[in-house]
Design a protein. Structure first.
Length: 426
């Protein structure tokens, strides 16, 4: 009964809506937000897509893309995308809601009835998406009051701008007016493509998301929202079990899926799995290359740092001084106070034999005076100065200097002392 009262409130006849608009114009007040008509742009779009204003709707939500799609039934019974809205805010991370207070927006398949519509919401307008559903309850998940609403503020909900929330509310209201008793919400972490699943292949939610993908595939192939049941703590889609009942925690009863749909699903699954494997291989190759590049970069950086540490001493004195490397420690002796090193004594230059005066040999005692009239004897020619090596340290201090008479003997560098008389020319 409560649901019927809410439905009557929401689905006032069009004449009343028009009358309210006229009255509002006379009195200068606005139409109540829950009664505002669908914008003219959407009415035109529905005409172009061969949709009635009161035909059925269903909603798809994609967290990662922050997108909410409103699909509407066409006159041929299939659904077409009417409009995509930007989700202003959603809370939590990719993955399902599990417990009260985790501030996580739900993922899964939910149902909205007229009783879940709230025209008096504190967040402009809202409707409860129906969390927890039978699947959530079978896993012991908790939480309540998870909404699609306005005000652009979220604590586990999907929040829209007030304008967009008003449009979505009006589309749902008109579908109830047309006889729809409930509409489906499909909430996904992202668009269920092989590429997206491959990107998130390491998530602990991957098996859950693969299950959601089956429901998404049903819609992609039929363009109709799938029939949802829960058994064995999992979703099943478009199944016919006759009169058997589905219990979320019990074994699934025998059921059938239309053969044409089974074949189409199998073909799509094979193609998607092949694409998934190709994307994973490509991503892993890219990750390997990135890791190798990072390793090379790290090695180069380490080598550069090592060279900088080892090459610090090779910097110029000015650079090291201003950098502080060579500044003396407190109390250290400054450079100006250090005495210069002692200059080593120079080694005397070697004396050549040519610079040593050659002694004159005295005449012998037996030589008489030169007879008168005899030609004078020319003086004995001085021997040519011969080159001789410089005096070496091998000559001891006791050795007499060369070129001197020592006790009647003449001393040459390369000879033993000789008797001067014996060595004189005769």
């Amino acid at each position: 009964m409560a649901a019927r009262r809410i439905l009557r409130t929401l689905v006032a006849p069009a004449a009343l809506v028009v009358a309210a608009a006229i009255l509002a114009g006379c009195q200068g007040s606005e139409i109540p937000k829950q009664l505002k008509p669908v914008p003219h742009t959407l009415v035109t779009a529905m005409d172009q897509l061969d949709m009635k204003a009161t035909s059925r709707i269903f909603i798809r939500i994609f967290k990662e893309e922050s997108a909410l799609e409103v699909w509407k039934e066409r006159r041929d019974g299939t659904f077409a995308l009417l409009k995509t809205y930007d989700i202003c805010k959603w809370s939590g991370d990719l993955g399902p809601k599990k417990q009260e207070g985790d501030r996580q927006a739900p993922e899964g398949f939910y149902t909205v009835t007229p009783a879940q519509m709230n025209p008096k919401s504190s967040y402009y307008l809202s409707f409860n998406i129906g969390y927890p559903n039978a699947y959530d309850r079978s896993l012991g998940r908790t939480g309540a009051n998870l909404m699609v609403h306005g005000a652009c503020s979220s604590a586990g909900c999907y929040s829209m701008s007030d304008e967009d929330a008003g449009e979505i509310f009006a589309l749902a209201r008109d579908s109830f007016r047309g006889g729809q008793t409930s509409f489906q919400i499909q909430a996904f972490p992202f668009r269920m493509t092989p590429d997206n699943l491959a990107r998130h292949r390491d998530s602990p939610n991957l098996d859950f998301w693969r299950m959601l993908k089956v429901g998404s595939d049903h819609f992609e192939l039929t363009k109709r929202p799938p029939k949802i049941d829960v058994c064995e703590r999992r979703y099943v889609f478009d199944v016919d079990a006759g009169t058997a009942r589905f219990e979320a925690t019990s074994a699934c009863p025998p059921y059938q899926v239309p053969e044409a749909l089974v074949l189409a699903l199998a073909e799509k699954e094979v193609a998607d799995e092949r694409a998934f494997a190709d994307v994973v291989a490509s991503l892993e190759k890219k990750e390997t290359l990135v890791a190798e590049a990072a390793s090379v970069a790290a090695a180069k950086a380490a080598e550069k740092e090592k060279r900088a540490e080892e090459g610090g001493s090779a910097l110029s004195f000015v650079t090291r001084w201003f950098r502080g490397d060579d500044k003396p420690a407190e109390g250290a002796t400054t450079v100006g106070a250090i005495p210069p090193p002692a200059t080593p004594a120079k080694t005397p230059a070697a004396t050549s034999v040519a610079s040593i005066p050659v002694p004159m040999v005295a005449p012998t005692a037996s030589a008489g005076p030169t007879p008168a009239g005899a030609p004078a004897q020319p003086p004995a020619a001085e021997p040519a100065a011969a080159s001789a090596p410089a005096i070496t340290p091998a000559m001891t201090p006791q050795s007499p200097p060369p070129g001197k008479f020592v006790k009647g003997k003449f001393w040459w560098m390369d000879d033993e002392p000789v008797d001067a008389a014996a060595d004189a020319p005769g």
